[in-house]
Design a protein around this ligand. Structure first.
Ligand code: APR
Length: 198
């Protein structure tokens, strides 16, 4: 099995229309606790999956922040996607948080839990290639750089211990967001095991 660093890809695109060469078979939705849709990537996924997704989710009873629930992909199956993992990220409440060490804030722990829960579900359901959006960094205002560190740190850590998913795609919605992920990845030796603040 390839090294974790060789099993992740940072791409720019719409998570509902992944190019076939990405080989995506599961996508993550940045949902809200109702699981009944909304704006942003949640709205895009519900539009693309069609009304059956909403009907299905009405029976799920919602999802608490930091957790995740798996559903079929409904109309997205035509694009090779078999599962949608709905996870609810935290709303950023810490304002201009002083550069507090990652992991010390309540929001950090909840965002990390979103990634962990989705990865666990992907392994349980043998999802070969899983695509993540940048959870919580839109409407929920989580700082992008901080969120990228949490995302990359947890995904790389999980891939070091698991063979499934075989690959993880960070599907950024803009080149600027992808540049943030690439910068964070390239500088991982500075922050991943650091004891400095921030
Ligand atoms: N494909 C990939 N990424 C997307 C797409 C898309 N089609 N649409 C938006 N994004 C990106 C945003 O640019 C951002 O980087 O997804 C990231 C998450 O942004 P949001 O969708 O706003 O999600 P979030 O910040 O987690 O807020 C969730 O917003 O839409 C509502 O119902 C949702 O209440 C929930 C809240």
């Amino acid at each position: 099995m390839d090294l974790p660093i060789d099993r992740i890809r940072i791409e720019v695109g719409d998570i509902t229309t992944p190019p076939s060469e990405w080989g995506v078979t599961g996508i993550v939705n940045a949902a809200n606790e109702s699981l009944l849709g909304g704006g942003g990537v949640d709205g895009a996924i519900h539009r693309a999956a069609g009304p059956r997704l909403l009907e299905h989710n009405k029976m799920l009873g919602g999802c608490p922040t930091g957790l995740a629930k798996i559903t079929p992909a409904f109309d997205l199956e035509g694009r090779g996607i078999r599962h949608i993992l709905h996870t609810v990220g935290p709303v950023w409440q810490s304002g201009d948080a002083v550069p507090i060490k990652i992991g010390d804030l309540h929001e950090d722990v909840l965002l990390a839990s979103c990634y962990q829960q989705c990865l666990d579900l992907a392994a349980e359901h043998s999802i070969d290639v899983l695509a993540f959006p940048a959870i919580s960094t839109g409407v929920y205002r989580f700082p992008k750089d901080r969120a990228a560190k949490i995302a990359l740190g947890h995904v790389l850590g999980f891939l070091a211990r698991h063979n499934t998913p075989r690959r993880v795609v960070f599907c950024c919605f803009s080149e600027a967001d992808a540049a943030t992920y690439r910068h964070v990845l390239d500088s991982r030796n500075e922050w991943m095991f650091s004891r400095q603040r921030g």
